[in-house]
Design a protein around this ligand. Sequence first.
Ligand code: CS2
Length: 395
Amino acid sequence: MSTLVHLGLGAFHRAHQVWYTHVADPDWNYVSFTGRSARMSDLLTAQGNKYTLVTRSKDGDSFELIDTITETHPASNVERLTELMASPDVKVVTLTITEAGYDDTSDNSAPRRLATGLAARQRASAGPIAIMSCDNVSGNGAKCKAAVYAVADADLRAWMDDNVTFPTTSIDRITPATTDELIELVEKETGFADKAPVVTEPFASWVIEGEFPAGRPAWENAGVEFVNDIEPFEHRKLWLLNGSHSLMAYYGQLKGHETVADAIADPAVREKVENLWNEAAQGLPMDVTDYRASLIERFENPNIRHNLAQIAIDGATKQMNRAVPIYGIAHGPGAAWSIAAWIVYCLSTDEIKDTRAEEIAAAKQDSDPVQALCGVLGIDADDQIRATVKEIRSA
Ligand code: CS2
């Protein structure tokens, strides 16, 4: 048996990396660690780490029992993580630690836990390993590498140069949060009193660039694409899908919508999304007509309730990866609208859920809050952004 370790045990991980491994290769198992809250590990451990994946299309639901995870642990169990990473059976570590997770340098941060585990692997002479970020960050492999190197000492860095790879990935599957209704439905349909089912859409995509020096599951059996140059795929997904998600999360909620399906059905929101896509397309080498059509279909899936409030979380870091680079391409009205909608959302919402909430709160108190909030995104408030903020506020 070969083992994958994962940091960031959430619904997305279970609908994506675990599902791909389940479909592709029975010789591999996952040991997964939670993010901040231990809740998911408690729930899964109590039910033998098995869970139901509900795939929800416009025609109905299908139910699949996934048993690829063999152990789950809270993030605080650094001892078990270290022990696993010192074992040659563990050949790949995957991560979904959120966009903000790579900038976290606190004591028990993911980069520090990885460095601790890698140092143990070095001492045990357990051989090379791949550490693979699966977060919605441009160049996530290089970003992950920089985060781990920043907390490693010179000796570990030298060992990592020869033994650790950091593949880059583009991952995609819309996975809304689990609700009580889903838990009831799964028990009714399958007879399994599953406390931790996951609901997802039929579509799934995983594109990977990079090497796996200790081996990997035969993920290609489940449709994973291995490419030499991931950048166009990564930008297409991040800018078009995630970019429009964030635009809808802020502008859509300002307009009183609750879900992606509600927002995309509103012609005013749809027009802004199309503008954003026209601008992003100018920075992409491929034709994106079909890709855009398929996104509309996915967003319109009437049976997926994807809450805009869920997407709105951590907007400061997300917008730096989404609206800001698109604004850099064309300085167009679509990206300006997305940036301005985030600003108006911040100004009009008391409880902002964001790992950078303190920075946002301070910016809101500034004598020029529009400039200060742009500063949080690392840009200047130009005339177009200021005018768009005014237009959204007066609407
Ligand atoms: C969303 C993503 O919450 C968000 O920020 O944009 O989780 C999105 O649903 C996934 O990346 C889809 O693959």
